[in-house]
Design a protein around this ligand. Sequence first.
Ligand code: BTN
Length: 333
Amino acid sequence: MQEKRTNVKDQVLYVLESRKGEDVSGRRMADMIGVSRTAIWKAVRSLQEMGYVIEAGTNRGYCLSVYNDILSESGIRANFDDECKDLPIHIYDSLESTNKTAMQLALEDTPSGTIVIADAQTSGRGRIKRSFFSPKGAGVYFSILIRPNFQKGKPTLIMTAVCVAVCMAIEKLYKDLTPGIKWINDVFINGKKICGILTDGLVNFETGEVDFLIIGIGINFKNPVSGFPAELERIATSLGAVSPDSMVSRNELIAEIVNQLKKIIADIHDKDFLAEYRKRSLLFNKRIIIRRKDKTIRATALDIDNAGGLLVRLDDGRTQLIYNTEVSIQAAQ
Ligand code: BTN
């Protein structure tokens, strides 16, 4: 058991989430947690009142339904690898933006690895000042604070690493899906966007070192009850829409992304993950449009370099590496 889990309800939830869909006997849980069977029964009742579907029966114990999708620290920790078990988790019903809250926490010296999650965002942010549609319960909205020990310039590499972690996690949990990546950090499935990543951070301009990075990940988990807004309908989809039979919960998905990211970041200097990124790239040999502040440039995407930059061939034949710029695939003529 985890030492931090002080209250019986959280501990019961942790055990049930660890064995989701299986019967766990009341006696077994009572022994594991070190309380009476009555205390277990009370905790289960209180979880049921919170909305958890837990089947109970004499001689079969308690079983948390695989269809539960309530965000919880216990549900995430139950799916963490050992390497992640000490990461601090903050969960909110609603936030303006998880990146904003993570930024505030970062400025208060919160430790590296802190995860901020919201069930809904009222001002979810996307790249280049766009908003990110974040209705309650339909998405996975979370930010991870990272205090890396490397020089400015590497954030592009981190963004590519996050993209790979998201793809690997989706592929591990949804056996029928193969996510692709549109440089720099959009994840697509079946030609539609499923996930966007927004990185904020603080750089010390005297030393050039990155003080911290906030990696914000937004995933369309299921189609919103009232559908996507008109401007997104054509270009966005959700995991629920592309894999309708899946029983994956948001807790499992968040935990698996963090598991994958922790592994990739531990070996980030080997850059092995870039092979995975290249394999999934949707841009290679495609005609693209590069949008800079005041102009748009047409080019052909060629490769990803070892810092996560996109190598392109401009129409005058020159090649160029681009970083941190918005690109889109040119529609076929
Ligand atoms: C994009 O597609 O342009 C990036 C979208 C990033 C959305 C996530 S949701 C969690 C975090 N908080 C935010 O306000 N944005 C990111």
